[in-house]
Design a protein around this ligand. Structure first.
Ligand SMILES: [Mg+2]
Length: 358
């Protein structure tokens, strides 16, 4: 079970349509696939995608961090699992994307060695999930068209990207809400695009127009907990923290402040599976439910997030794991199945992945 090799591949996959938020526009997925081989012949897979605008991790910084941590992992036994997780998290500061990719691969190996699917090894039993889909920030008519297409494609939950001029955003969401069937739920994500006062003006207008909104995600800058609390005290629409919560400590801080109603967990923000489960546990203590989300990532890391969703299904009640279905193709063989809004865990050992095509 000693680590023999750690290898990375950078792969680009075209998207079906451009992905646009208040922070960035993306035309293809660039993903970093990591393979860890053990001397006894088990191969574990991990993955991360550089999302510089959100995590501050670029392709170059991720590859550098993996190289540095690799030096400390080579030759070590995966059976000393917690010790290896400590090495990952203590070898370098921050660099959560790189740490997540390495953690995922180690969990994959550990579960394969026990001849069990990862989610079962960690006590999960739920296998089937539904995800919503993201509607990119575009001109109003294009967003209405994309929302109708998503509804026709079987999605029952839309995450609509906003965060530009809040007055135009009111028009956008009113048009979408009028166009789609009323049983489809709408979540909003402003990706830090507004001030607290703009957020309240937007949300008050939405309430006055009686537009049904399930929640609003990260309307203001990540560090502005006072702003989040200001908004929370002035609206009945639930608030979800995304960029404000990277680490377990961030979760404690925001929950102590009672600044939000929900927390969005992402493996690339927190540094992997162990930290994601820890954040879910912290939220459970505070009685706060979570979403598990992803950046624009591939099917290995998003698949790992589905395993976490199964393992913490009492606290993680919302899945926003649409990235694999936004891609034109997937190079991954095996693993979690993503078919439009339906997600199904595989019963293969570990992550159930047998390889990938370059
Ligand atoms: Mg978000």
């Amino acid at each position: 079970m000693n680590i023999n090799e750690i290898e990375v591949n950078v792969i680009k996959i075209p998207l079906i349509k451009p992905f646009k938020t208040a922070l960035r526009s993306v035309y293809e997925l660039e993903t970093i696939i990591l393979r860890i081989e053990t001397k006894c012949g088990i191969t574990g897979y991990g993955e991360t995608a550089p999302t510089f605008a959100v995590t501050g991790d670029s392709r170059e910084s991720i590859l550098e961090a993996i190289k540095l941590i690799k030096r400390n992992l080579m030759g070590k036994s995966v059976l000393n699992f917690n010790e290896l997780l400590e090495i990952i998290h203590n070898s370098v500061d921050k660099n959560f994307s790189a740490k997540s990719a390495l953690e995922i691969a180690l969990y994959d190996i550990f579960a394969q060695n026990l001849k069990t699917p990862l989610y079962k090894m960690l006590g999960g039993s739920k296998k089937n999930f539904k995800t919503g889909i993201t509607i990119s920030l575009n001109e109003k008519d294009m967003m209405v068209k994309d929302s109708l297409e998503a509804a026709q494609g079987g999605y029952r939950s839309l995450k609509v990207k906003l965060g530009s001029d809040y007055r135009e955003d009111i028009d956008r969401i009113e048009a979408i809400s009028n166009a789609i069937p009323s049983d489809i739920s709408i979540k909003l994500d402003a990706n830090q695009g507004w001030t607290p006062k703009e957020s309240v003006k937007f949300l008050t207008a939405i309430e006055d127009k009686e537009i049904a909104i399930e929640l609003i995600e990260q309307p203001v800058k990540k560090g502005d907990l006072k702003g989040l609390k200001y908004i929370k005290n002035r609206t009945s629409i639930p608030l979800l923290a995304d960029e404000s919560v990277f680490s377990p400590k961030d979760a404690i801080k925001i929950l102590e402040e009672e600044a939000v109603d929900f927390v969005n967990i992402k493996l690339d923000k927190c540094g992997g599976i162990s930290k994601a489960m820890l954040i879910a546990d912290i939220c459970k203590i505070y009685g706060v439910k979570c979403m598990i989300g992803c950046m624009l990532e591939g099917a290995i890391s998003v698949g790992a997030a589905v395993h976490v969703a199964s393992v913490r299904s009492d606290t993680i009640t919302m899945l926003d794991l649409d990235a694999p279905v936004l891609c034109k193709s997937s190079p991954i063989i095996g693993g979690v199945k993503f078919v439009s809004s339906n997600i199904e865990l595989s019963d293969g050992f570990g992550l159930g992945i047998s390889g990938f095509k370059i």
